[in-house]
Design a protein around this ligand. Structure first.
Ligand code: GLA
Length: 383
C-alpha cells in the first residue's frame, strides 16, 4: 500500500508523458493546465473584426490590468479569411494585411494569439473552412505564430462523422511541432464532452451560442451540472465565452455570469469591447479572488448541491481544502439563500469570506445565510 502511494505519482507522470509522446492519443496535458483566459472578437465585434481592432483590444488587455490577472489569449474568431492561393494555402482578407506581423505584435506584449476555422468547407460565417486543407492550414497557423485554434463544426455538420474530422486537425497541429491549444466548437453534439479530449481537445463547447441576456446565460451556465467529471487539467468543458460588459444584463447578472463560470472552471474568454468598458465591467472581469476560483490548481469543476425553486447552492473544492460556494437566486426580488456546511464538505463551523465585497465575515456554525439580489449571487470562500 505504502509502495503504491509512493510510486503512484511517478507512474502517473510517466503515463502522462507517454500519452503526449504520440504513442497514446489525447490532448496535451501541459497546454491549458488551467482553463484558458483571454479575449475573443466574436461576441462584440462579430464580422467587424480587423487587424486594428485586434491590436487595440490587445493594448487594452494590458492597460486595463486584465493581463496581470491572467487573461493571456487574444483570439480572432470568424471572418478573417480571404481566398486560397494557387497552391491551396489560405490568405487572410484585406482587413488583416499581415497575420505574422499581427502575431508578432501580440507576442511582443507578452500575450498569445489564436485563430478560427472549421472542419467543413465553409465557416459559420460563410468564409473559407479547412476541409481538404487541414495540413496546409495547420502549417500556416504555425508559421504565423498562432497559439490557439478554435475549430467550429459549421458546414461539416451533415458531411459525415465529425470525430475523425476533429482528430485530423489535431494530428495536423501536432505535426507542426508548435504547441497550439485546440478548442473544439461543436455545441455539445454527440455528447462531445465524452470524446473531445481523446481527439486532442483542450476545451470543447458544451452547448449552443450564448446570448447577452440573463436567460440565455443562466440556461447555459446552470445547465452544466453533471458534466463536471469530464473536465480536468488540460481538458475543459466550455459553456461559451463571456458576455460581461456587452450591455444586455445588469451588474448583478454579470456577477452571476462570472461567478458561475468560475465555479464551473470554465474558460474565461471576455467578449466585450475592452477599449471602452466601464469601471464596473472591469471590476467584474478582474477580481483576482474570483479568478483564483476558476484557476485553482486542483482543476475540479464545481457542481450544484441544492436547488429549492429558484435558489441554488453550488460548490467547487479548492486546492487548499477550502470550498468556493455560490449562493444563487434565479428568481425575482431579493431572497435569503442558505448553505449547510455539511452539504459542501465543510465541518461544523467555517470561516467565510465574501469574494465580491472582499470581506472576511467571520466564523459561522453549521450554516451561512445571505440575502441574495434577484438574478444575483453571493460568492464565498469557506474553510
Ligand atoms: C458559431 C460559434 C460562435 C462563433 C460563430 C462565428 O456560431 O458557436 O462562437 O464562432 O460561429 O461564425
Amino acid at each position: 500500500m505504502e509502495i503504491t502511494r509512493r510510486y503512484f505519482p511517478i507512474l502517473l507522470s510517466f503515463l502522462t508523458l507517454f500519452s503526449w509522446s504520440g504513442v497514446g492519443r489525447g490532448q496535451d496535458p501541459m497546454l491549458a493546465r488551467t482553463p484558458p483566459m483571454g479575449w475573443n472578437s466574436w461576441n462584440h465585434f462579430a464580422c467587424d473584426v480587423s487587424d486594428a481592432v485586434v491590436r487595440a483590444q490587445a493594448d487594452a488587455l494590458v492597460t486595463t490590468g486584465m493581463r496581470s490577472v491572467g487573461y493571456a489569449y487574444i483570439l480572432i474568431d470568424d471572418c478573417w479569411q480571404g481566398t486560397r492561393d494557387d497552391a491551396g494555402y489560405i490568405r487572410p482578407n484585406a482587413k488583416f494585411p499581415d497575420m505574422k506581423a499581427l502575431a508578432d505584435y501580440i507576442h511582443g506584449k507578452g500575450l498569445k494569439i489564436g485563430i478560427y476555422s472549421s472542419p467543413g468547407p465553409k465557416t459559420c460565417g460563410g468564409y473559407e473552412g479547412s476541409y481538404g486543407h487541414e495540413e496546409q492550414d495547420a502549417q500556416t497557423y504555425s508559421v504565423w505564430g498562432m497559439d490557439y485554434l478554435k475549430y467550429d463544426l459549421c458546414s461539416y455538420d451533415g458531411m459525415g462523422d465529425q470525430i475523425p474530422a476533429y482528430r485530423k486537425m489535431y494530428d495536423a497541429l501536432k505535426q507542426t511541432g508548435r504547441p497550439i491549444v485546440y478548442a473544439l466548437c461543436q455545441y455539445g453534439m454527440q455528447k462531445g464532452w465524452g470524446w473531445a479530449a481523446s481527439v486532442g481537445g483542450n476545451l470543447w463547447r458544451t452547448d449552443d451560442d450564448i446570448r447577452d441576456n440573463y436567460f440565455s446565460m443562466a440556461e447555459l451556465g446552470f445547465g452544466q451540472n453533471g458534466l463536471e467529471r469530464f473536465a480536468g487539467p488540460g481538458h475543459w468543458n466550455d459553456p461559451d465565452m463571456l458576455e460581461v460588459g456587452n450591455g444586455g444584463m445588469t451588474d448583478d447578472e454579470y456577477r452571476t455570469h462570472m461567478s458561475l463560470w468560475c465555479i464551473l472552471t470554465a474558460p474565461l474568454i471576455a467578449g466585450n469591447n475592452l477599449v471602452s468598458m466601464s469601471a464596473a465591467t472591469r471590476a467584474i472581469l478582474t477580481n483576482p479572488e474570483v479568478i483564483a476560483i476558476d484557476q485553482d490548481p486542483l482543476g475540479v469543476q464545481g457542481h450544484r448541491v441544492t436547488q429549492e425553486g429558484p435558489l441554488e447552492v453550488w460548490i467547487k473544492p479548492l486546492e487548499d481544502g477550502s470550498k468556493a460556494v455560490g449562493l444563487f437566486n434565479r428568481g425575482w426580488g431579493a431572497m435569503p439563500v442558505t448553505v449547510n456546511f455539511r452539504d459542501v464538505g465543510l465541518g461544523d463551523s467555517a470561516n467565510v469570506r465574501n469574494l465580491w465585497t472582499k470581506k472576511d465575515l467571520g466564523r459561522f456554525q453549521a450554516t451561512y445565510t445571505a440575502l441574495v439580489a434577484q438574478h444575483g449571487v453571493v460568492l464565498i470562500r469557506a474553510k
